[in-house]
Design a protein around this ligand. Structure first.
Ligand SMILES: Cc1cc2nc3c(=O)[nH]c(=O)nc-3n(C[C@H](O)[C@H](O)[C@H](O)COP(=O)(O)OP(=O)(O)OC[C@H]3O[C@@H](n4cnc5c(N)ncnc54)[C@H](O)[C@@H]3O)c2cc1C
Length: 398
């Protein structure tokens, strides 16, 4: 009996409610099936965790894989984002080139582009509402790198052709500004290869896919701590059950600091608003502004707008998944000033999600020791990147 007693502290959730699982002994059947030692345990069922499970199973179908997810559903960025299927707007590319250098910047763009193609292929029979409507970036004269952008588009297109095969990925589309009903923007660039999708349906489709492949997904299980003992990983959870695995992969994005503080992953909250339906809404597509700090799209006849994090940068370095008045007001003003200057609208839904940032904005796939790896920090644009991050996970783990 002694071996079955569990940690009393781990038996209560935040509200002090006892978890019934903690008080019962596991049956021999449960130990030999659901809770048997796994080849790989993945922490976090966001896009990176799910794509990693998919890729590992593709490469080695016999692997026993379980995913542990703290939420009732995946509860980080993947189901709470804006659903852009994109690989980089011109101003973001210029920004990243300064930050990362030319070669690394293009490496990441190439991964995102390849990730989009992979997502289309793997999920071609699933209904994830993927539409390549066109991606756009809008500018006004205040944009600090305007001259660099104006003179640099041809150079960007030349490099992009090597990745996409398209002759002119970025084209000037100022004439469409009026067509979309915008106000207060001076210029716009179109990228015909981008679009958007339904983030909830994407994650749901991937979840189904990996479960069909034999991956177990436990939800409501938060990993509290882990240790490597004699070449195995022991993982302690809030439900009082310790899981054991040959290898563990941490895909906890913004919340990684709780498990591996030394990686220095910084949380960054992104807030979103969704308007009421707008009769005869003119805009269609996925739009970026201000180096990606603002992003908006149509969702049917409604506008979804996210961002403004740069208006309260420090306050938004938080993993609290709520909205704040300051940012919400900025977003509402942005719609009234730029997107629907003549129309009446109300905000029908508001939410936030949390991104995880590395200090150099590069994604991180690395081993912490022989048995434990991390795949985190797709930074602000992970939808297209995550399938390729998963390929790197396989190279690292298999
Ligand atoms: C508001 C917003 C808008 C965005 N818009 C876009 C966009 O339009 N296009 C785009 O490409 N990217 C966008 N992104 C970024 C994109 O969503 C992320 O890069 C991507 O979803 C990251 O996936 P992930 O699996 O690494 O992280 P997450 O989706 O955050 O998954 C991490 C998971 O780990 C779980 N977890 C954490 N700690 C534990 C623990 N201790 N135990 C168990 N489980 C745990 C969490 O509950 C979560 O489900 C946006 C992000 C935000 C926040």
């Amino acid at each position: 009996m002694k071996g079955l007693r569990r940690n009393e502290d781990a038996m209560k959730d935040k509200a002090g409610i006892k978890n019934y699982f903690c008080f019962m002994q596991l049956s021999v059947w449960e130990r030999d099936s659901f809770f048997e030692e796994q080849d790989v345990i993945i922490i976090g069922s966001g896009l990176v965790g799910l794509w990693s499970a998919f890729e590992l199973k593709q490469k080695q179908p016999g692997l026993k894989i379980s995913i542990l997810e703290r939420g009732l559903i995946p509860t980080g960025a993947s189901t709470r984002n804006a659903g852009f299927a994109c690989f980089g707007s011109p101003s973001e590319l210029l920004h990243d080139r300064t930050l990362l250098g030319e070669s690394k910047m293009w490496d990441i763009v190439e991964m995102r582009y390849r990730g989009m193609q992979k997502m289309k292929n793997v999920l071609k029979d699933d209904f994830i509402d993927l539409q390549i409507t066109g991606g756009y970036e809008v500018y006004n004269t205040e944009y600090a790198n305007w001259n660099e952008l104006r003179d640099g588009i041809d150079g960007l297109n030349k490099e992009l052709k090597k990745i996409t095969g398209s002759d002119e990925c970025f084209t000037w589309a100022d004439d469409k500004l009026k067509e979309f009903g915008f106000s207060g923007f001076d210029s716009m660039i179109e990228n015909k290869l981008e679009g958007y999708l339904h983030s909830g349906k994407l994650v749901q489709a991937l979840l189904k896919k990996v479960q069909t492949m034999g991956v177990q997904v436990f939800t409501g299980v938060e990993v509290k701590q882990w240790q490597t003992i004699s070449g195995k990983v022991k993982i302690d959870t809030n439900v009082g059950i310790a899981f054991n695995a040959e290898q563990m992969l941490i895909c906890t994005n913004a919340l990684t600091a709780a498990l591996v503080p030394e990686l220095n992953i910084v949380p960054a909250r992104g807030q979103i608003v969704l308007t009421s339906p707008i009769p005869n809404l003119k805009m269609k597509g996925a739009f970026h502004y201000d180096e990606g700090f603002y992003y908006f799209r149509n969702l049917g006849d409604r506008i979804l707008l996210g961002g403004a994090r740069n208006k309260a940068f420090e306050a938004e370095q938080t993993s609290e998944m709520i909205t704040s008045d300051v940012i919400q007001q900025h977003l509402e003003n942005f719609i009234a000033q730029h997107l629907l200057p003549r129309e009446k609208f109300t905000i029908e839904q508001r939410w936030s999600g949390i991104m995880g940032f590395t200090d150099n904005k590069e994604p991180m796939v690395k081993k912490l020791n022989n048995n434990v790896g991390v795949a985190i920090a797709c930074n602000g644009m992970g939808v297209a990147l995550s399938p390729i991050i998963a390929e790197k996970v396989c190279e690292m783990m298999l």
